[in-house]
Each structure stands twice: as structure tokens, then as C-alpha cells.
Design a protein around this ligand. Structure first.
Ligand SMILES: [Zn+2]
Length: 458
């Protein structure tokens, strides 16, 4: 079970991240304001800003449910004030008939609840604060949000993201920048943050080279934050291990604390320390991107319903269901052509027949899904793994021959390669076929004449 902070708090009767005991999974973690740690000579309690995971004492299903039953029993004998103090100390609230108290359900709060990394990082979260703090330091070096905005504007994102409007290119407006500076926090939607972070990292790398800053600690904190996001994005592909994730998170948080201190540290910084353990336990942790999108769809449809006096919920549910069925009509998880073309030139047809002489079925299109996660289309620049080499190529068409996806591409020649950036040169117009399975993914890119600068994305 996952969700935003409020949802998890309500289901588990936890008092929330702003309470005295800010974490529902930790027995001994106290809020930043707590003075108990000062009196605690045994060293049992730790503050929410602690990054030493060995010091945390974890709740189990039994301890959380025990608290719920204890609160229920005490509620009949304690005064209102007494109850309030008790709930504050324990970090949980007494809610009659809550899921925790259900004798039939045998609900397991600690085992079943998983923090949503999207909300922790990208919704007023760790990423937004880290960007704000990094840019506050950067501004003292003459690196501003304005120059970042100008840099961001020169890049092109894969068409699929551009169509969804989730790239955040237009975010850098003067009024917004003023707010970000004032609050020392970068504000954007979760999808925009995902699209922007590799470009922001490339920008800071470019600026530090320009300014001759070999290792700026504030910039390094941001790069480490990007590394954590890289790890999290690899989870669905099964290439992120709990150990690797833990190492990335701890290195990031340690340096963050050292460089920026604890002033802007929120409980979400502590929450992300639980993610590796959750990943180890459940093998996968699912972010709420899809549920948030669906939530938006419900809100969009509800906006059109003016007459709410009769069967409002039913009308809404009917519309949502029919919309969803319509979306499913076009849904196939396996590789396929997503956007076909109705006409194909004689030359191309002859070439295809020559390339696939034994094919029973041939489909040609502008856009195709090349694996279960991703698709690409004409105009995109992709990185592909061919043997031991990574190559970049520009997409000119998609072909499905007897179920196998190929792309008609123009390969690029590598000029240079840095950590996230690589430069490639266009040469000739010759097109060749690239197998869909070899494609690593479409990239963010920028054209500098014949040179294509590519940013590696997960
Ligand atoms: Zn915790």
C-alpha cells in the first residue's frame, strides 16, 4: 500500500510527519523541535535529521497494533488532556473503528505500507529543496535561475514527453523565479522535475567548468540527488539493488547535511532512508505517478458535471469507466507500431522488401513501442547498445516485421563523452536498420549545427 503522506497517515492512524514522532516506522525518531534528545542520556532517541540507519529502532506490525489497542483501552479511563499527551508521545492517534483495530482484518501496518518516492522526492520534496539550496549557493557564484532557464530552453525532449507537456521548459518565468529564490525551493510538478533534472545537472556541470570550480560541494550534493533519482527510475527495470540505492541515498544525505545543514531538512529526508529496506522487502516499490494522473482525470471529468443533485457519483464513475475503456482499446504492452502511416513510397517499399524478404507481415509507422516501458518516434535521438558500444542515432521511421520492431535510423559519430553529456556528429544521409531491443532510450538533445549534444537519461 502506498500513497501521499496524508493518505498513509490516515490509514495507519499516525499523527503525521509534523508531529513529535514524525515517522510511523521508527520507534525512536524525534522531530527537529523535540528536546527529549537533550535529556536522553541513554542515547535511545535520535533526531529526524540523523542519517545513521543503525541508530533507528524499527516498529513492527505488533508494536504499532499494540499502541492502537493500548490507546483504545486508555481512552475510556484517561482525561482528554491525558489522552492528548499520550497520543503525542506515542506518535499515533486513537481513532475508533480504525483499520488498525479491526479484529477480522489482521491488518499489518509496518509490512504493508510503503513510502511513495514520488511524493518524498518530487512533490514539495527532497529534490525541490535540494535544487533551491544548490541554486542559493550558485547565485553567490553568479549562476542564476535565469541562465539555467535559457540553457533549458535550448534542449529538445523526446516527442512523447513534449506532447504530454511534462518537460518544464516554460517554468522559468520571472515571477516564478522570484518565488523560488525567496523560498529557496524549486517548485514544479513531479513529471517536470523528472524531465528537468538531467538537464539541470548538465547545466551545473557546464557552469562549474566555465567558472573553473573543480569540485563545488553544493553542486556535488545536487549531482548525488540526481544519482538517487537515477537509481529509483531503474527499479521497474530490475536493475536497482537495495544496497546500491541505500549507498546512493546515504551519500547524498550525508553531504547534504554537511553542506546545507539542517534548516530546510524536512521529515521527507528521513522517509527516503526507508526506501531501500522497502525495496528489499517487496522487490519493487511503485511510485504514484499513475494514480496521480488518474486522479487528475477524475477531477477533469467532474469539472464538466454541473448538475450534482442526482446520482453525481454514478455519473462520474460512468464517465471515468468509459474513458478508461476507451484508453484500454488502444493498449498493448508488447512492442508495436503506435502511430502508423497510410502511404509508403515505392522506394521505401522496395527497400523494405529487400531487407525483410521472408516477412509475412510488415508495418511502417512514425512511432513505435520498443519495449514494455518506452516508445520513440521520428525526430527523436536515441542511445542504443550494440555489442560493447553505445551508439546514438536519429529516428527516421519505425518498422514491425512479423512482430519484431526495427527503426530506420541515421547513426551518429561520437566526438566526446562526459559523465552525463556526450557529443555526436551527423555524417551522411545513409539510413540503416536498428533493432528495437538494442535501444536504451530516447534522449534529451540539442543541435549545434552538425553536432548533436545528448544527455543520458535513465
Ligand atoms: Zn523512520
Amino acid at each position: 500500500m502506498t500513497g501521499d503522506e496524508l493518505a498513509l497517515q490516515q490509514v495507519n492512524c499516525h499523527r503525521g510527519a509534523t508531529a513529535e514522532m514524525p515517522c510511523m516506522f521508527c520507534l525512536n525518531v524525534k522531530s527537529k523541535r523535540s528536546i527529549d534528545v537533550l535529556h536522553d542520556r541513554a542515547g535511545y532517541f535520535v533526531l529526524v535529521t540523523c542519517v545513521d540507519c543503525d541508530k533507528f529502532k524499527f516498529h513492527s506490525d505488533v508494536t504499532i497494533r499494540k499502541i492502537a489497542f493500548e490507546l483504545r483501552d486508555r481512552s475510556s479511563v484517561e482525561t482528554k488532556k491525558g489522552m492528548e499527551t499520550l497520543q503525542k508521545q506515542l506518535g499515533f492517534s486513537y481513532i475508533p473503528n480504525s483499520t488498525l483495530l479491526c479484529p477480522v482484518l489482521n491488518y499489518k501496518p509496518a509490512t504493508l505500507t510503503v513510502f511513495d518516492w514520488m511524493h518524498c522526492f518530487l512533490v514539495d520534496g527532497v529534490f525541490n529543496i535540494t535544487v533551491g539550496q544548490t541554486m542559493a549557493v550558485a547565485s553567490t557564484l553568479g549562476v542564476s535561475y535565469n541562465s539555467m532557464g535559457s540553457f533549458v530552453a535550448t534542449w529538445s525532449w523526446p516527442r512523447r514527453l513534449t506532447q504530454k507537456g511534462a518537460i518544464g521548459k516554460d517554468l522559468f518565468k520571472p515571477s516564478r523565479i522570484a518565488t523560488w529564490r525567496k523560498e529557496e525551493k524549486f517548485k514544479c510538478s513531479a513529471s517536470e522535475a523528472l524531465s528537468l533534472y538531467p538537464v539541470m545537472a548538465a547545466f551545473l556541470q557546464m557552469e562549474s567548468t566555465r567558472l573553473g570550480l573543480a569540485e563545488n560541494p553544493a553542486f556535488t550534493v545536487f549531482y548525488l540527488c540526481c544519482d538517487v533519482l537515477d537509481h529509483l527510475l531503474c527499479i521497474p527495470r530490475g536493475t536497482c539493488t537495495p544496497e546500491g540505492l541505500a549507498e546512493a541515498i546515504v551519500s547524498f544525505l550525508r553531504l547534504y547535511k554537511l553542506v546545507f545543514g539542517e534548516k530546510h531538512w524536512t521529515p521527507k529526508f528521513h522517509s527516503i532512508l526507508h526506501l531501500p529496506r522497502m525495496l528489499a522487502e517487496h522487490k519493487v516499490i511503485i511510485p504514484c505517478f499513475v494514480t496521480e494522473r488518474k486522479h487528475k482525470e477524475g477531477k477533469r471529468i467532474a469539472g464538466y458535471l454541473r448538475n450534482t443533485s442526482v446520482d453525481f457519483e454514478r455519473s462520474l464513475l460512468e464517465d471515468i469507466t468509459s474513458n478508461h475503456l476507451h484508453a484500454l482499446h488502444d493498449f498493448v504492452a508488447k512492442p508495436r507500431i503506435c502511430s502508423g502511416i497510410t502511404r509508403c513510397s515505392e522506394t521505401l517499399l522496395a527497400q523494405l522488401q529487400a531487407s525483410f524478404p521472408d516477412a509475412i507481415s510488415l508495418q511502417v509507422g512514425r512511432r513505435a513501442k520498443f519495449n514494455q516501458f518506452n516508445e520513440t518516434e521520428v525526430g527523436d535521438i536515441v542511445l542504443a547498445q550494440i555489442g560493447d558500444h553505445v551508439v546514438a542515432a536519429e529516428i527516421f521511421g519505425a518498422i514491425v516485421a512479423d512482430g519484431a520492431v526495427f527503426f530506420l535510423v541515421s547513426k551518429l559519430r561520437r566526438i566526446s563523452s562526459e559523465r552525463r553529456l556526450s557529443k555526436w556528429q551527423r555524417f551522411g544521409q545513409e539510413l540503416c536498420l536498428l533493432e528495437g531491443v538494442s535501444i536504451l532510450g530516447p534522449c534529451v538533445h540539442r543541435n549545434d549545427g552538425d553536432v548533436v549534444v545528448v544527455i543520458r537519461c535513465v
